[in-house]
Ligand binder design. Structure first.
Ligand code: XIL
Length: 377
């Protein structure tokens, strides 16, 4: 006979393979239960419009939180690792690679018929502790090349796309091209971005190679300036034929005016170059927002609806990912983004109890607003 522990284990396993019924069962006592069932999921609505809808995930939660795993499996058709494919996660030591956690995400995605993005191969953050004492001008190019050959090689043919270089432009940089003064720039030289893309292309010719950045979404002077510098960099990479897509992170904040036309023009410029655009890390920060919880939810939903509707009207925007799926685990509840009143942020399509938020309905409506292929710009 099954004891309770075995029963729970098996339930968790079934939830992993049969996510939709699990979500239905778990939320059957709520009004929102039918909203998250198979036919009403973000995933189903995205697929009706030929879109990819995604979220960042953590492998330990996929393994240990059955409700979370069920949501990810049922709502999403494109995953990205929130942290598990960054340098510090994959590189315990200069001569070691550990793919255990990253492979667990790939296995989850494959078993649920989902695509997976790689994030990321080259960034000035999330470097392992040994980096500063080990990487020098003499060995930086070789260190970068070896990392990309090994990591992109490990996943070759299995990923939808790679964020090859993340956040390389900094409007505060003293350089006219805006290249961030980072360890990579200083140690590997000013063509380190080309080196990274070329190496990634060779290691995994099938993945869509992406340049990913933030602070380029709005029409504020700072965003306009950064967007122009990102465009110049992308044009440079495009001339060499080593880039396929641009990731617009889309970490937005309450109060943001997302009605400007600058981002749309940027997306169209990229379309003219044959490049795709992915919304890679959408969420809405309410750290400083006033009003009731309901007011703030409405503001988060407004931004989701307006921003996604504008972006998804552009035919080369093919994927929209949120940075997490449930408010329970959002990075915006880390101390850095904590609200002064101690209330938790609610930036994602599902709340901390896994119920759909106003942002869920806004996101789903925006997916449905995708013009039919024939009508697309
Ligand atoms: C964040 C993760 O969400 C956090 O858990 C981690 O502590 C720091 O990194 N831009 C990116 C992401 O490209 O990798 C960042 O993810 C969020 C900002």
């Amino acid at each position: 006979m099954l004891n309770r522990r075995d029963f729970l284990k098996i339930s968790a396993a079934v939830a992993a393979v049969s996510p939709l019924s699990a979500v239905r069962a778990q939320s059957s006592s709520t009004d929102s239960s039918s909203e998250v069932s198979a036919a009403n999921s973000l995933r189903a609505h995205a697929e009706q419009h030929g879109l990819l809808v995604g979220c960042a995930v953590a492998p330990e939660r996929l393994a240990n939180d059955a409700q979370y795993a069920a949501l990810v499996a049922g709502q999403i058709n494109l995953l990205v690792a929130e942290n598990a494919m960054k340098w510090h996660a994959l590189r315990p030591a200069p001569d070691k690679f550990d793919f255990t956690a990253a492979d667990a995400i790939l296995a989850f995605a494959e078993s649920h018929n989902q695509k997976l993005r790689g994030h990321n191969l080259c960034w000035h953050e999330a470097l392992p502790d040994w980096f500063a004492s080990t990487v020098t001008k003499a060995n930086a190019r070789q260190t970068l090349t070896k990392h990309i050959e090994t990591v992109a090689g490990h996943f070759a043919g299995k990923l939808h796309s790679w964020d090859v270089v993340n956040e390389a432009i900094d409007p505060a940089s003293p350089r006219p091209d805006g290249l961030r003064v980072s360890p990579w720039l200083e140690l590997a030289g000013e063509d380190y971005i080309e080196l990274a893309f070329r190496t990634a292309r060779q290691a995994d010719p099938k993945a869509l190679l992406t340049y990913n950045d933030y602070g380029i979404e709005l029409d504020t002077p700072k965003h306009v300036d950064k967007r122009a510098k990102v465009l110049a960099l992308v044009q440079r990479l495009h001339k060499s034929g080593i880039i396929d897509a641009v990731g617009v992170q889309s970490h937005l904040s309450a109060g943001d005016d997302v009605s400007g036309t600058g981002l749309r023009d940027f997306v169209r410029e990229l379309r003219g170059m044959g490049l795709q655009v992915f919304i890679t890390e959408l969420d809405v920060n309410t750290q400083k927002a006033q009003g009731t919880v309901a007011d703030r939810d409405a503001e988060v939903a407004r931004i989701y609806r307006e921003y996604l509707t504008h972006m998804l009207a552009e035919s080369n925007v093919t994927a929209a990912l949120t940075w997490g799926i449930t408010d329970r685990y959002t990075w915006l509840n880390s101390p850095r983004y904590a609200r002064p009143d101690g209330q938790r942020q609610r930036p994602l399509p599902f709340d901390a109890d896994y119920k759909p938020t106003s942002a869920f309905f806004a996101e789903r409506a925006a997916l449905d607003s995708r013009p039919a292929a024939a009508d697309r710009l």
